[in-house]
Design a protein around this ligand. Structure first.
Ligand SMILES: [Zn+2]
Length: 396
């Protein structure tokens, strides 16, 4: 199966990337004519869950394909690149809220070497919107003078200057992914993951085009329970006290979800580091080694804490997206818009709310949720932002 098979509902992007991979294979073969389809730096944009990193990974695999760059998905190059073990495909995944300059410098240095497999060296930067300014500058230098066989693949939500610097953008070719249609997402859940068609259709609609989230909703009862809890918020807001309770509950749920998701890594990382440091050593030099060890443990704890903060924000944001969709459902119902509701399982509640509220007040509620997301993005303390939102949702 083609390396691009996981890319759902993105025919145009797949065509562009396939042409580029074929041109890249011709360059490797020594044929330099008509290879404009290939270039050294790419940006993959699209809404969360549309498959930005899947697209980058698939393209990196196609560049390593041993069958004329077709991205056959079967040869050794394709399989190891997709599996994340190919020596010439590197991934940068920021652990915290940003990619640091030292991380980026180390990467740029490694990227300057010739590919060991003789094809291309691919550097995939997931969440390139989380580059610090200094890290962005380090990357820019490498993109401006790329080693002959090195390709940079950047993933960001958009090409807005908030997400990626204008100068980096100007050096890259952009592949824009769309929000995949719900039926395409449902189809892949059935085909790839063996989900029952009814469940797949529901999960695809509820996930609003986010492929990974659709898969979790289809397979993970905890994810379904968390979503249901979020969707009880609108009917629980009966007074000021209830608003504050709902705000605490929403934030605690996001914290619990993030902690559960990272608990295993936190323990195993600490154990691995302690083992590497040979904890409990004695004798000459042991005191100095212990001081160094304490520093490294502190560094690890710092990284883990910043990763946890990010996971909490992501979990809270997912909850807010679900909540926003509920008010959107109310609005499309009261306006009798010819589009389906996102949350089919709360259609009774959303149509009851549509009877009760004016479209204007529903719109104000929807805007309150979006304003809350924006505020958190601007570093307002989540508790403050969510409490303000709950009060607006109650008043309407
Ligand atoms: Zn292949």
């Amino acid at each position: 199966m083609s390396v691009f098979a996981e890319l759902v509902g993105q025919a145009e992007a797949v065509a562009t990337l396939s042409r580029a991979a074929a041109a890249a294979a011709r360059i490797v073969a020594g044929d330099t004519a008509g290879n404009g389809a290939m270039t050294h730096a790419w940006i993959f944009t699209g809404p969360p869950g549309s498959g930005r990193s899947v697209a980058a990974r698939s393209f990196a695999a196609a560049l390593q394909c041993e069958r004329d760059g077709t991205g056959c998905g079967e040869c050794h190059g394709c399989r190891t690149a997709l599996g994340g073990t190919h020596a010439d495909v590197r991934f940068v995944v920021p652990e915290g809220l940003s990619i640091s300059v030292s991380e980026m410098r180390a990467l740029v240095l490694r990227a300057a070497s010739a590919p060991s497999g003789g094809r291309w060296q691919a550097v995939v930067i997931e969440d390139a919107d989380r580059l610090t300014e200094a890290a962005g500058n380090a990357l820019l230098k490498a993109i401006e003078e790329p080693p002959p066989r090195t390709v940079f693949l950047l993933c960001t939500p958009s090409t807005h200057p908030d997400d990626i610097s204008v100068t980096i953008r100007s050096r890259c070719r952009v592949v824009a992914l769309r929000q995949p249609p719900a039926d395409a997402v449902a189809e892949v859940l059935v085909r790839r993951d063996g989900v029952a068609p009814d469940l797949a259709a529901w999960a695809a609609a509820a996930a609003q085009g986010h492929v990974g989230r659709a898969k979790r909703l289809a397979n993970d009862p905890d994810a379904r329970a968390r979503r249901e809890a979020v969707l009880t918020v609108p009917r629980r807001l009966t007074g000021v006290g209830a608003c504050f309770d709902a705000a605490s509950a929403l934030i605690e749920a996001a914290e619990a979800e993030a902690a559960a998701a990272s608990a295993d890594t936190v323990t195993s990382e600490r154990a691995a580091l302690e083992q590497a440091l040979g904890a409990g050593g004695t004798g000459r030099g042991a005191a100095g080694a212990m001081r160094g060890a304490a520093g490294q443990l502190k560094e690890l704890e710092k990284r883990q804490k910043s990763r946890l903060t990010r996971a909490q924000r992501d979990a809270l944001d997912r909850a807010l997206v679900d909540l926003a969709a509920f008010y959107r459902d109310v609005l499309v119902t009261s306006l009798r818009a010819p589009v389906g509701v996102v949350h089919t399982d709360t259609a009774t509640q959303s149509s009851a709310a549509a009877e009760k509220w004016t479209p204007e007040s529903t719109l104000r509620r929807l805007e309150a949720v979006l304003a809350c997301r924006e505020a958190i993005d601007q570093n307002v303390k989540p508790k403050i932002a969510v409490e303000a939102m709950m009060l607006s949702l109650w008043r309407g």
